[in-house]
Design a protein around this ligand. Structure first.
Ligand SMILES: Cc1cc2nc3c(=O)[nH]c(=O)nc-3n(C[C@H](O)[C@H](O)[C@H](O)COP(=O)(O)O)c2cc1C
Length: 173
């Protein structure tokens, strides 16, 4: 077992998995302080290299992709099931290149416990993730029908692997 393995990463996974298809936030802060969030509905919680990880799928075209490239970590902020729909819509349709989404969606940032990226206080469940790997998709290996549907413009996804170093419920959220 590696040092500081966060063993309780699975504790709230049902809440996470029920909300994921409706959207959760990925929030990240680059080394220069640039901070952004966006809605994601694709991702995994699992284990690799003997450590718990979150894997987020982010298209090259997202501003969040640029920020993640210059960040050491990110947080996954999970609304209580079915809540925060307006904020998820704003974070999932507008770009941090154009607006301050935290302001626009009335989201409160709070410091993370173990990472530099902040958390969104209104969310019920938080995952704090330290970047350990990035992987681009191999278009030649994607099923043709999926490729036609999801990648007509070749805007494929990068998988950002973050070791889950902490996870916790928020009181009252
Ligand atoms: C419900 C929902 C789920 C989404 N899931 C993803 C996702 O998993 N990966 C992704 O790259 N974009 C996803 N998006 C789209 C981005 O959130 C959206 O393009 C966003 O405006 C990008 O913001 P940014 O330019 O500030 O990074 C999703 C949008 C919605 C509404």
């Amino acid at each position: 077992m590696i040092e500081a393995y966060h063993e309780r990463f699975h504790e709230h996974s049902e809440l996470f998995l029920r909300q994921l298809p409706k959207g959760v936030f990925i929030t990240t802060r680059a080394k220069d302080g640039t901070t952004n969030t966006m809605t994601v509905a694709w991702g995994h919680i699992g284990v690799i290299w003997g450590r718990p990880v979150f894997i987020a799928y982010v298209r090259y075209s997202r501003f969040t992709y640029d920020v993640l490239l210059n960040a050491e970590d990110y947080t996954i902020n999970v609304p209580a099931e079915g809540t925060m729909q307006e904020a998820l819509k704003i974070a999932g349709t507008k770009s941090g290149r154009d607006i301050d989404k935290f302001k626009e969606a009335n989201l409160t940032l709070k410091p993370g416990r173990k990472v530099k990226s902040p958390i969104i206080a209104e969310c019920a469940l938080q995952y704090e993730c330290k970047m350990i790997y990035q992987q681009s998709q191999e278009p030649a290996l994607i099923d043709e029908k999926i490729k036609e549907r999801y990648y007509p413009n070749h805007d494929t996804h990068i998988m950002f692997y973050g070791e889950i170093v902490d996870s916790y419920r928020m009181k009252g959220a």
